[in-house]
Design a protein around this ligand. Structure first.
Ligand code: FES
Ligand SMILES: [Fe+2]
Length: 392
C-alpha cells in the first residue's frame, strides 16, 4: 500500500530557505525533501546513481548533493554537476544526469509525496478535506511543537486507537466528567475512500456518567486546563458556555487570534479527520494537533508516532519559526512535553496500552477482531480502503 498512497512527509515551514532539506523514510524508501527554489520543493530519491550510497543521512542546508563515497555531485534540482574521473566510465552522463524524483504536492502547509507515478492527484485524493479546512486554514499555522516517540506495536494498532474515542472509558476514565465520549459523531461517507471524521464534545459529561451538575463539569474542565480553576457557572448557563468564552479570550490574549467567525464547537471541540493511511488532522482550534504514525523500518511490530502542535498566528504578523523535532526516548513521558498540556498525560495512557494490544493480537486464537457498528466505523472504513490498495 505505501508505494501507492499520498503521504504527508513534513511541513513546508520546516525548509524555509533554498537548500534546506529533510530526509523522509518509509520502509526502505528514502527521499530527500529539498527546497530547490524559493517556490519549489522536490522529493529526490536518496540513493546515489553510482553505487547506491544514501546521499544524505539527515536534514540540514546544502548548496548541492555530494555523495560521500566517490563525490558524484548533483545540484538542488537533482541535475548532475560533477562526475569524478568521467573518462573511466562509458556513456555515463545520460545515466546519472538526473536524480529520480517522487511526485510531490502541497496542501495546508504540508508536503505530500507519492511514489506512484500513476496515482490520482493530491487534490482528488484529499476528497472534501481542502474544502472543509477552508474555515481552519492549516497553512496559517506554525509548528509550536513537534514530538516523536517509538511505539512497540504495528502502525495500524496505533492509528486505530486514535480514530475512535470508544476507549476513553477504558484508558482515560479521568476525562469522563468533561468529555462526551459515547456521544461522539463519527462520519464515514461511502463515496470517500481516504477520509473520515469524528467530532467529540468537550466540557460536557460522558453519557456513561449520571447526574453531573454543570458546576462539576466545569470543575473537571478546569482540571484539564480548559478554564481557570475556581470559575463558576452562572445561573442559566452551561459549563460549555463558560469554557468557550474563556477559550475565545485566551486565543485573543495569548495568540492575537480573533475567533469571532468560529462557532463554539470550532473553538472548543475535537474535530478530527483521518487522511488515509496514517495522517490525523484536527479542524477548528479546540485541539490544534496533527498526528502521523509510520512503520519503523521493516519491523511490523514497531512504529513511530508523531504529534505536531499547530497554532494560529495573527494575520499580518510574520510566521514564527517552526519548532525543531524532539524525539522522546522509551523512558521519556509525553507528559514531560510542556506545550502539550493535558494531552501529554492522555498520550501516555495510550502509549502504555498499545504494546499490550499488540501482544494480545499476536496471541489471538480466533485471529479476528470485532468492531462496533458505529463508534468503530472509521476503523472499518480504513480497513476497507487498505484492503482495496493491497488487492490492487
Ligand atoms: S556511491 Fe556515490 S559516488 Fe560512488
Ligand atoms: Fe486514547
Amino acid at each position: 500500500m505505501w508505494p501507492r498512497v499520498w503521504q504527508m512527509a513534513g511541513r513546508e515551514e520546516d525548509i524555509p530557505e533554498v537548500g534546506d532539506h529533510f530526509v523522509y523514510e518509509i520502509g526502505a524508501t528514502s527521499l530527500i525533501i529539498v527546497r530547490s527554489g524559493a517556490a519549489e520543493i522536490r522529493a529526490l530519491y536518496n540513493s546515489c546513481l553510482h553505487r547506491g550510497t544514501a546521499l544524505r543521512e539527515c536534514g540540514g542546508n546544502v548548496s548541492q548533493f555530494r555523495c560521500p563515497f566517490h563525490a558524484f555531485t548533483w545540484d538542488l534540482h537533482g541535475e548532475i554537476k560533477r562526475i569524478p574521473s568521467e573518462w573511466d566510465f562509458q556513456d555515463i552522463r545520460g545515466r546519472v544526469a538526473k536524480l529520480p524524483e517522487a511526485r510531490l504536492d502541497t496542501w495546508g502547509g504540508f508536503i505530500f509525496v507519492n511514489l506512484d507515478e500513476e496515482a490520482e492527484s493530491l487534490e482528488s485524493y484529499l476528497e472534501s478535506v481542502p474544502k472543509d479546512f477552508e474555515r481552519w486554514p492549516l497553512d496559517q499555522r506554525f509548528t509550536a511543537s513537534h514530538v516523536a516517540k517509538e511505539l512497540d506495536c504495528n502502525w495500524k494498532v496505533a492509528q486505530e486507537a486514535f480514530i475512535e474515542v470508544f476507549h476513553v472509558i477504558g484508558i482515560h476514565p479521568q476525562s469522563l466528567p468533561m468529555f462526551g465520549d459515547a456521544n461522539a459523531q463519527y462520519d464515514v461517507w461511502p463515496e470517500r475512500r481516504h477520509t473520515s471524521r469524528m467530532i467529540n464534545l468537550s466540557a460536557v459529561a460522558s453519557p456513561h456518567l449520571r447526574g453531573y451538575s454543570e458546576q462539576r463539569i466545569l470543575d473537571a474542565s478546569a482540571e484539564f486546563g480548559l478554564c481557570d480553576r475556581g470559575a463558576t457557572v452562572p445561573a442559566g448557563k452551561r459549563a460549555r458556555d463558560v469554557v468557550v468564552e474563556g477559550m475565545r479570550e485566551r486565543f485573543r490574549r495569548d495568540l492575537g487570534v480573533d475567533t469571532s467567525g468560529l462557532c463554539d464547537t470550532e473553538v472548543l471541540d475535537v474535530i478530527q479527520y483521518n487522511v488515509f493511511p496514517n495522517l490525523m488532522l484536527f479542524g477548528g482550534l479546540g485541539s490544534p494537533l496533527v498526528y502521523r504514525v509510520r512503520p519503523q523500518g521493516d519491523d511490523p511490530g514497531r512504529c513511530l508516532f508523531e504529534v505536531w502542535l499547530l497554532l494560529p498566528f495573527p494575520k499580518d504578523a510574520p510566521r514564527p519559526p517552526a519548532a525543531p523535532l524532539r524525539i522522546l526516548t522509551a523512558e521519556d513521558r509525553w507528559s514531560s512535553v510542556e506545550e502539550l498540556s493535558y494531552f501529554g498525560a492522555i498520550l501516555d495512557q495510550d502509549f502504555d496500552m498499545m504494546p499490550q494490544v499488540q501482544r494480545g493480537l499476536r496471541a489471538s486464537k480466533t485471529r479476528q477482531v470485532l468492531l462496533s457498528t458505529y463508534q468503530e466505523s472509521r476503523i472499518r472504513h480504513m480497513r476497507q480502503t487498505l484492503d482495496e490498495y493491497v488487492r490492487r
